[in-house]
Design a protein around this ligand. Sequence first.
Ligand code: F6R
Length: 601
Amino acid sequence: MCGIFGYVGKNNSAPTIVLDGLKRLEYRGYDSWGVAVVPEGKKESVIVVKKKTGKIGDASVSELPKGTLAFGHTRWATHGGVTDINAHPHLDCTKTIAVIHNGIVENHEELRATLIKKGHTFVSETDTEVIVHLVEEYLKHTKPAPRDAEPAFSKAVQQAFNDLDGLNAIILINTTSHEMVAARNGSPLVVGFGDGENFLASDPAALLPHTKQVHYLEDDEMAIVRDGSIHIFNARTGERVRPRKQLLTWSEKDAEKGKFPYFMLKEMHEQPGLLSEIASESPEQAKALAREIRESDRVYAIGAGTSGNAARAATYLFSDIANYLLNWGIASEFNHRLPIISESSMLIALSQSGETMDLLEVVKKAKDRGIKILSIVNVVGSSLWRMADLTMPIGAGPEKGVASTKAFTSKIAHLLLIAYAMKGDVASGQKLIIRAARSAQKVINSSAVDQIKNLAKALKDVRHMYVIGKGISFPVALECALKIKEISYIHAEGIAAGELKHGPLALVTKGTQCIVIAPNDETYHDVMGSAMELKARGAHVIGLSFKNDEAFDDFIPVMDAGEATIIPNVIVAQLLAYYLTIERGFDPDMPRNLAKSVTVK
Ligand code: F6R
């Protein structure tokens, strides 16, 4: 969702630093962008803003005045259409205060009405604009502060923040105090500590070229960020908070595209290497988590989207490998089941970003009830990470393509290791992951890619596709369909093979495109039976399997890796979705209407 980047320091190219920061946040998904600067050396002048709909691309802010305090925003519209005026930053009536915001101000209508009565003029349709007028209003009633008194501006921001309903992250600047004042409730914000300069961002990856020392703001925390100091305090009580400095472990290079045209392609290519790393890590953590799971009353794995598919896949891994019944759920649906879950249960929360609001909401409620939380999360330090009782880092490095790829396969590898640890045979799990890494490498580097590219060429104009799988290949089918629809915009549906005859078969006629996932496991004969049924009705059948069969019109070979074959199968699905997208002329990294980190409900 919205990206935020702010700079305060000595460098008078602050607008350019901010624009570069926003470019590193592009992957989050957005429909407009904007930068605001306090012009250098003109204390009484107004804040200057440049904001526009569309992509940042090659945009420049060279026409903005020089300044050492600036911030910017990429907007993913919620309230108010996608227009230049609705883009952030927003200014108050005097144009001396500016705000950027991530979240939704739920009581914006009543605040707006009150402020209009008090004479404020609104120019946009956004909920965000109320924040800056509210701060303006509070400042009007604040007497000039004596030298050592509480600074008036941050006090006004605090008062305004406490008036907002909903989950919001805000940053405000003004023309008189050389500082950014930030507050967070729900939406993520991270403070970056520099040398004579400091930063704010919605995502730590944007800070990597500047600093690795960060403090993640907790809910209700505020920060006054100046070039030489950072003060953190509680927005409700005013109490000072000691910065909890953390070191970012990712490198700047990890977050760049390198030789690849798109992040998604780069991230898919990283998968064999990541799998080998996971297989060679010490298995002690997997063993410890296996014990925790065994000691819990019941265990539920939850996630959203691709992470939800990983949760569903985990149930098959745990039952097939560890003979253990793991429950699973989609995060946004799980709220309704929480009340009947015992306090001695455990929730395994799966997430790449660790900021998905649907997931965080369930985790918060579960935690309040004393349910143990294990988070398996890629962004170390994220909200989910900080909330959990037990954490397992996915270790996939920055994932910037909106479509999740390497975070999914790395999650599966960790879950498979835990399942093997529950069986008391973690070494076999490690060996399987190595096999999966080899199988993945074969898919990515061999003639299989050419086959996938040719297939994508042939399929680029189809309107519907069906993906069929059974057992653990059912979540693969769902994930394959999700990847295809989200980036190529072809309608794709994942179907459990056994369900075909219960409805979906009615859709199959001559030429219907069907992908059949047929690994070397106990589902093979059933799923091939389904393939024959599809073929009998004229479907064009594309087989993903360890061996070719007469039922397949097209065949992509996937080397068997036992229970871990889910991993190379999903990688074939990712590649197919990617090349379909390229053939259709779309940008796989930034699918329409979607955002990388879904921080609103
Ligand atoms: C699809 C995709 C999304 C995410 C979902 C949850 O490719 O990326 O479906 O999986 O928004 O995100 P995380 O894993 O960050 O909680």
